[in-house]
Design a protein around this ligand. Structure first.
Ligand code: HEM
Length: 494
């Protein structure tokens, strides 16, 4: 018999044995779910529309808590605010681990606050929260920094003289500059080539992570990682970004004044120095670079994509934009910049921003968690280190909490008297110990950028509202709107 035939038979026998063995073995007693095939896991149950659609379909059959095999990895899905809360809040410690996103795993390798676990995560989270507060709220508050950035944006938009433009690049610049001012102690000009290159690398990477390819990679990374493909581009992009961060760290080292740290990198370098005799310290060079990278990735794409969705929604619903203009005129007027204290007096605008975030549904699958020990949950036993996805989309689009979940309607957040109405299923920043660390900064940015733009400009589109397409361009880990063109027309100063 020829060697190739022998090999073929051997592989076939191997596969048959695996099939007979059935479900990949796990300890514990996992929630129900479709029967997985060896190697392929639940590939056959996956929908062409991507992971979210597939998971929502499985929910119809298996209920709010079920198990899906992403290739060989079992992952528990949590749907609906009740299940998500029970896990992330009521059993906060057990569900506080971080799972992996296969496309970014080779870049971060468990370093940096977003993807770290255990003591490393605790140290980095504590440090990042404290320094963001100190350098965000210290001498110059985050509010002032955002107001300043918003005025730079207004100047730049005035220069466009109402010409059609794609807002993507400016929105990246403004949100990135807020993080830059906290982390590097400076903002960049919108024409700075290096800065623009960084924005492009982040955007490309977020799009690739969220693409259909990125979702397929999530299922088969163990196999696909050996072959060329877009996942390699994500690593290349990250290397370029990290080289930039590395250069900036070196400049900080040269000018560091221990008595007056200016920004997050200075604070980190001082901490490194303080802990240099501790071989187990998490304050090392690798965490410095990758923590900075993580804060950028988490803090730039998220807020700028939400703004981009927001203005697309305003073009689609001009009557909503008109009511926001009116409220701005009544409460703020034309002659001073918006401030955070205006928000409580502007319930309609606040409701619109809530609804933008709800509708944008930026991270529909949440970020993957992981259980830190064998965990009893709703009668099941989830083995230590199993991944858990809090499907934020299932809360944000829950018809029991939002009357018309798939429509954009600010009334979802207004009571009969026109006051802001809170809704417990509104969890775009997730919940529990891993809740978004930049929630306060993101909310301040969304309010101040949104109102400053609408105070100064009316919006116009070459496409009629009824023809504006809200279908996302990518809908994987992140949900990205289609690219569009918009005119910012200066409003009369009066
Ligand atoms: C509209 C804007 C934003 C949204 C919708 C958003 C949403 C989220 C979500 C859903 C998570 C995952 C939480 C979990 O694991 O359950 C997260 C984590 C995180 N976000 Fe945000 N985020 C936004 C802006 C920001 C900003 C501006 C920053 C930085 C200043 C930031 C920094 C982080 C960090 C560091 C984590 C990881 C926290 C950890 O693992 O302990 N985010 N965010």
């Amino acid at each position: 018999m020829e060697l190739s035939v022998l090999l073929f038979l051997a592989v076939l026998m191997g596969l048959l044995l695996l099939l007979v063995k059935g479900r990949p073995s796990t300890r514990g007693y996992l929630p129900p779910g479709p029967h997985p095939l060896p190697f392929l896991g639940n590939l056959l149950q996956m929908h062409r529309g991507g992971l979210l659609k597939s998971f929502l379909r499985l929910r119809e059959k298996y209920g709010d808590v079920f198990t899906v095999y992403l290739g060989q990895r079992p992952a528990v899905m949590l749907c609906g605010i009740e299940a998500i809360k029970e896990a992330l809040v009521d059993q906060a410690e057990d569900f506080s681990g971080r799972g992996k996103i296969a496309t970014v795993e080779p870049v971060l390798q468990g370093y940096g606050v977003v993807f770290a676990n255990g003591d490393r995560w605790k140290a980095l989270r504590r440090f990042s929260v404290a320094t963001m507060r100190d350098f965000g709220m210290g001498k110059r508050s985050v509010e002032e920094r955002i107001q300043e950035e918003a005025q730079c944006l207004v100047e730049e938009l005035r220069k466009s003289k109402g010409a059609l433009l794609n807002p993507i690049f400016l929105f990246h610049c403004i949100t990135s500059n807020i993080i830059c001012s906290i982390v590097f102690g400076k903002r960049f000009d919108y024409k700075d080539e290096e800065f623009l290159r960084l924005q492009d690398l982040f955007y490309q990477s977020f799009s690739l992570v969220s693409s259909l390819y990125g979702q397929l990679f999530e299922l088969f990374s163990d196999f696909m990682k050996f072959f060329p493909g877009p996942h390699r581009q994500i690593c290349k992009n990250a290397q370029e970004i990290n080289a930039f961060v590395g250069c900036s760290v070196e400049k900080h080292r040269e000018t560091l004044d221990p008595s007056a740290p200016r920004d997050l990198i200075d604070a980190y370098l001082l901490r490194m120095e303080k802990e240099k005799s501790n071989p187990h310290s998490e304050f090392n060079q690798k965490n410095l670079i990758l923590n900075t990278f993580s804060l950028f990735f988490a803090g730039t794409e998220t807020t700028s994509t939400t703004l981009r969705y927001g203005f697309l929604l305003m073009l689609k619903h001009p009557h909503v934009a008109e009511r926001v203009h009116k409220e701005i005129e009544q409460v703020i007027g034309k002659h001073r910049p918006p401030a955070l204290e205006d928000r409580v007096k502007m319930p309609y605008t606040d409701a619109v921003i809530h609804e933008i975030q709800r509708f944008a549904d930026l991270l529909p699958l949440g970020l993957p968690h992981m259980v830190t020990k064998d965990t009893h949950f709703r009668g099941y036993i989830i083995p230590k280190d199993t991944e858990v996805f809090p499907i934020l989309n299932s809360a944000l689009r829950d018809p029991r909490y939002f009357e018309k979940p798939d429509a954009f309607n600010p009334d979802h957040f207004l009571d009969a008297n026109g006051a802001l109405k809170k809704n417990e299923a509104f969890i775009p920043f997730s919940l529990g110990k891993r809740i978004c660390l930049g929630e306060g900064i993101a909310k301040a940015e969304l309010f101040l950028f949104f109102t400053t733009i609408l105070q100064n400009f009316s919006l116009a589109s070459p496409v009629a509202p009824e023809d504006i397409d809200l279908t996302p361009q990518e809908n994987g880990v992140g949900k990205l709107p289609q690219q569009y063109q918009i005119r910012f027309l200066p409003r009369q100063r009066g």
